[in-house]
Design a protein around this ligand. Structure first.
Ligand code: NAD
Length: 512
């Protein structure tokens, strides 16, 4: 499947075969137009069971291949991702609504991951450790854990699956993957890539579906490791359940309530640019998007004026147009969620500076504006019949620790301005005062402030004089506190998909 909309109903890839399974059908929708892209089968416990059986059976043979032989299958996929960059980028954009530059970046990130994981097959995979006793050799060796269940979100529908699966496979595990229900088309294409690469039957399996299919994977005793990226709500449930089972391991990456600290000596162009990019790119639907801008009182008014001016004018547009800065939200339910967060801020005392939740018809890309949908209460919801259009929502509020609007992830173009006085220590105290700890940035020209932020911000991903976005696969990617435990993606995922053996061998003539 490479081109849009056929009559075919697409199924699951299990044990090297395509199968329809027994579940109902569901559709993939273009969030910019509301049109149906394709129809898919919904996976049930029966399909998950067959996929796990196939993965379990394939494991023993797969683990016996050399790392380099296993990586060969991934190299084929690496080349395909590169060759089909534009086409796949457009599919990502059509299915999840991100701007085309971001759609293509999703594909680029995927091949970076595949390149890293396959290239890593030629790198050392253990340690030689000195023994206390002469004549004894000690090593730390790694071996695969077995069957890895991968559950992924919709917002990076190509990159994140490869962040999970490329490493798991090269390390010798077999995989059962459930793509997000909003992006089954991307799931279908990735499964076809594994098929085309000729990966042995059962090594890679894909079951389409919703949370019930995900739960059937995570709950099954044949799964040795669960790699999950998605919301804290779902991830914490998985971590609690799976983490409590002996021998099973769950590595979960979840959301954030990320902040940017702008200090009194920040370069204002850098500060405004970073805040705009971090708050509104991908319509605020990135795990690292910033929803809290913590700005020193000396520069607050200037920052506010410039940031608000841009937020007021940002063009929401057709995501397939290169010039578009912000596309639609993913789905009608998500528009409702953004609406609830905006209203919550208002109820908690926000001074609203920009409210473009309900865009004017003239702001909706041409051809998409007809027939505003209505929310359950009969109010216009901001979700339109021809796409799920929302604009920026910016507010200022007096910082208080327990305000829900400052602590709960909205995952939309919704951002608070918080004024602080005092020194960097005061800013970081506010910055850290959320249950999450994924990402954050500092904008400052003072190296002491930068270093303080690096050492004291409770986050896994810290940026200095940069937008709070971007990931490189050779760096760890993950958070602390409510944002994550273990690393299901990038370099550190090796820890989650391998076991370590401490191997001690006697080379002396006698045993001591
Ligand atoms: P989600 O948690 O709703 O869904 C993620 C996946 O989990 C989907 O495939 C879904 O079908 C599946 N799922 C749902 N219920 C399940 C259950 N009970 N058991 C097993 N699987 C289940 O998240 P989403 O809406 O797809 O993605 C948005 C969230 O993901 C945001 O919170 C965002 O911050 C987070 N995210 C985090 C990162 C990161 O690296 N930290 C990256 C991207 C997105």
């Amino acid at each position: 499947m490479s081109q849009q909309a056929t009559e075919q109903v697409y199924g699951h890839y299990i044990g090297g075969e395509w199968t329809e399974g027994s579940g109902d059908t569901f559709e993939s929708e273009n969030p910019a137009t509301g049109e149906t892209l394709a129809t898919f089968r919904r996976g049930t416990a029966a399909e998950v069971d067959r996929a796990l059986e196939a993965a379990d059976e394939a494991f023993e043979e797969w683990r016996e291949l050399s790392y380099i032989d296993r990586a060969e299958y991934l190299w084929d996929i690496y080349h395909e991702l590169r060759e089909r960059h534009q086409e796949l980028g457009e599919i990502v954009t059509k299915e999840c609504g991100k701007e085309i530059s971001e759609g293509k970046a999703d594909v680029t990130e995927a091949w970076h991951m595949v390149e890293w994981a396959a290239g890593n097959a030629r790198h050392p995979h253990g340690d030689v450790v000195p023994s206390e006793v002469a004549g004894k050799d000690s090593y730390m060796r790694r071996k695969p854990r077995g069957v890895v269940g991968c559950i992924t979100p919709w917002n990076f529908p190509v990159a994140i699956p490869f962040w999970h699966m490329a490493i798991a496979l090269v390390e010798g595990n077999t995989v059962v993957w459930k793509p997000a229900e909003q992006t089954p088309w991307c799931g279908q294409i990735i499964a076809e890539m594994f098929e085309d690469a000729g990966i042995p039957d059962g090594v890679f399996n894909m079951v389409q579906g919703f949370g019930d299919a995900g739960a059937a994977i995570t709950d099954d005793e044949r799964v040795d490791t669960v790699l999950f990226t998605g919301s804290a709500e779902v991830g914490h449930g998985i971590a609690d359940k799976v983490g409590g089972e002996p021998g099973k391991l769950a590595a979960c990456e979840m959301g954030g309530k990320n902040g940017i600290v702008v200090t009194e000596n920040a370069d204002m162009d850098t500060a405004v640019h970073s805040a705009v990019m971090s708050s509104f790119k991908t319509t605020g639907q990135r795990c690292v998007s910033s929803e809290r801008l913590i700005v020193h009182e000396d520069v607050y008014d200037e920052f506010k004026e410039r940031f608000v001016d841009i937020a007021q004018d940002i063009a929401v547009g057709d995501p397939l147009e290169e010039s578009t800065f912000m596309g639609p939200a993913i789905e009608a339910d998500h528009v409702e969620k953004i609406h609830r967060h905006n209203e919550l801020a208002r109820e908690e005392g926000a001074e609203v500076l920009v409210d473009r939740f309900e865009l004017e018809d003239s702001e909706i890309p041409e051809g998409h504006e007809e027939g505003a949908a209505t929310a359950a209460d009969g109010e216009r919801s901001g979700s339109y019949a021809n796409g799920h259009w929302v604009g920026p929502f910016v507010y200022e509020i007096d910082y208080e620790s327990d305000l829900r609007c400052l602590n709960e992830e909205c995952f939309g173009p919704h951002v608070a301005l918080l004024e602080y006085s005092g020194d960097i220590e005061d800013a970081v105290e506010i910055h850290n005062d959320t249950p999450y700890g994924l990402a954050g940035a500092i904008i400052s020209e003072d190296y002491r402030q930068l270093n303080y932020f690096r050492d004291h911000a409770d986050i896994g991903l810290a940026y200095a004089n940069l937008p709070c976005i971007g990931a490189e696969v050779q760096l760890p990617f993950g958070g602390v506190k409510k944002s994550g435990n273990g690393y299901p993606s990038a370099r550190e995922a090796i820890e989650a998909v391998t076991e370590r053996t401490a191997w001690t061998m006697n080379n002396a003539d006698e045993i001591e």
